[in-house]
Design a protein around this ligand. Structure first.
Ligand code: ADP
Ligand code: ASP
Ligand code: MG
Length: 426
């Protein structure tokens, strides 16, 4: 008998039929003698729809109200799932983030979990109840509802697993595991049986949406083993856990891409000490999350400073830069929204020279122009034009020997859902 946390994402609870499927799966786990706690995301595209409702009423909706609004999505799915389980004669109860004891700081929209007080969930399990917890949300010390960032139900699941001392945190989605790259972009992607926390964290941070990076960070810190698997089939998925000798020892573990960033260039800023400090201090204090930075070689005492940041932060970045241009005596600034980042990830890269040279040559051979580059010991990221990102992913995937023998097959998604997934990855 095991104690299992089972998290179901938006597509897995998108309709009453799918909620019934989830209920059946949970009941089966219970019948097999396990104790199980479910964590759910909002149904289908609910979170996007709620955001667009807010956008119709305010250009800059207050973060507190947005979090309150978005948290309702998960509260709908949690109650429906609890009802579906009860309809089969099993006991179930839904819990909001607050009721499940998920305490966070007060950073609305990207709150961090500070404490998990899981007594209520544990008591429910002891009474034979299947608790259903609303993902993505918590409560700050003022009693206000917070949310954990997009994809944050994964983090709720890991936190609940830690809080109750679960044997396993199962994360069910519309893919049957973690692949060497997004299988919807490159169908020759290969499913991994296991991946280390380090590699997974780097893939998630580089844009691989299959697991939220906060969830992986939390799992690594508290030694929670994640099993990423399909909500539609019983095939075993991918274990995310501490590195061990049985894992593949590849130089490159996978390729991630991220289309959510934009590139900003400040042109002809004076090349004097303190300019970069000035720009990036102002951006940081206005909550602009800067990712890559490059500064050109100075010509005539002037230089260009380029950085990337999430598209969501662009309005704040524009305000900051417009306010600074005069003080800096820079000529102008330009924004490029049609960019994407492709990253090669692998802890094996630490001790293997030549990855960068091979990546640059591969992109050159495939006519993909590199706009920006950044490296870490276990990651190489390159910014390219958005329309070239899929080509970049596929040719790098082949060049680094990651292609599998079989082709990824879609399971259960409707044409509309597939289109939405494609759009999301763009
Ligand atoms: P959920 O809504 O259940 O949380 P997500 O949409 O967040 O599911 O995550 C699953 C999606 O992640 C898949 O549909 C897939 O397109 C995408 N994905 C991106 N990178 C990878 C990868 N390396 N392996 C598997 N899936 C990936
Ligand atoms: N519903 C939230 C989102 O769409 C959280 C989640 O699905 O994990 O981002
Ligand atoms: Mg997700």
């Amino acid at each position: 008998m095991s104690l299992i946390v089972a998290k179901f994402g938006g597509t897995s609870v998108a309709s009453p039929e799918r909620i019934k499927m989830v209920a059946n799966r949970l009941i089966k786990m219970k019948q097999e003698g396990n104790d199980v706690v479910a964590v759910v995301s909002a149904m289908g595209k609910t979170t996007d729809e709620l955001m667009s409702l807010a956008a119709q009423l305010s250009q800059n909706p207050p973060a507190r109200e947005i979090d309150r609004l978005l948290s309702t999505g998960e509260q709908v799915s949690m109650t429906l799932l609890a009802m579906a389980i009860q309809a089969h004669g099993y006991r179930s109860m839904s819990f909001t983030g607050r009721q499940a004891g998920i305490h966070t700081d007060n950073e609305h929209a990207k709150a961090k979990i500070t404490l998990v007080h899981a007594d209520r969930i544990k008591a429910a399990i002891d009474q034979g109840i299947i608790p259903v917890v609303a993902g993505f949300q918590g409560i700050d010390k003022n009693g206000d509802i917070t949310t954990l960032g997009r994809g944050g139900s994964d983090t709720t699941a890991v936190a609940v697993a830690y809080g109750i001392g679960a044997d396993m945190c199962e994360i069910y989605s519309d893919v049957d595991g973690v692949y060497t790259t997004d299988p919807r972009v490159d169908p020759r992607a290969r499913k991994l049986d296991a991946i280390s926390y380090e590699d997974m964290l780097e893939l998630s941070s580089a844009g691989s949406g299959v697991l939220q990076s906060r969830a992986v960070e939390f799992a690594r810190k508290y030694h929670v083993v994640i099993h990423a698997r399909s909500a539609f089939t019983d095939t075993p998925g991918t274990l995310v856990k501490e590195a061990d000798p049985t894992m593949e020892q590849a130089v490159v573990t996978g390729i991630a891409h991220d289309t959510s960033e934009v590139k900003v260039t400040i042109r002809d800023a004076p090349d004097t000490p303190g300019v970069a400090a000035h720009v990036f201090t102002a951006l940081a204090s206005n909550n602009v999350n800067v990712d890559m930075i490059i500064q050109n070689v100075s010509e005539d005492g002037h230089t260009d400073i380029t950085f990337t940041c999430p598209e969501a932060d662009l309005p704040r970045a524009r305000t900051v830069i417009e306010g600074l241009l005069g003080t800096l005596k820079a000529r102008e600034y330009a924004v490029d929204e049609s960019i994407a980042k492709v990253s090669i990830v692998g802890t094996g890269m630490k001790s293997s020279p030549g990855v960068a040279a091979k990546a640059f040559q591969t992109l050159a051979d495939n006519d993909v122009n590199i706009l920006l580059i950044s490296t870490s010991p276990i990651r190489l990221s390159m910014v390219v034009k958005a329309e070239q990102v899929e080509r970049a992913v596929c040719c790098l995937h082949t060049a680094f020997g990651l292609d599998g023998d079989s082709v990824f097959e879609e399971k259960m998604l409707s044409a509309e859902e597939l289109a939405a997934k494609k759009q999301k990855g763009r």
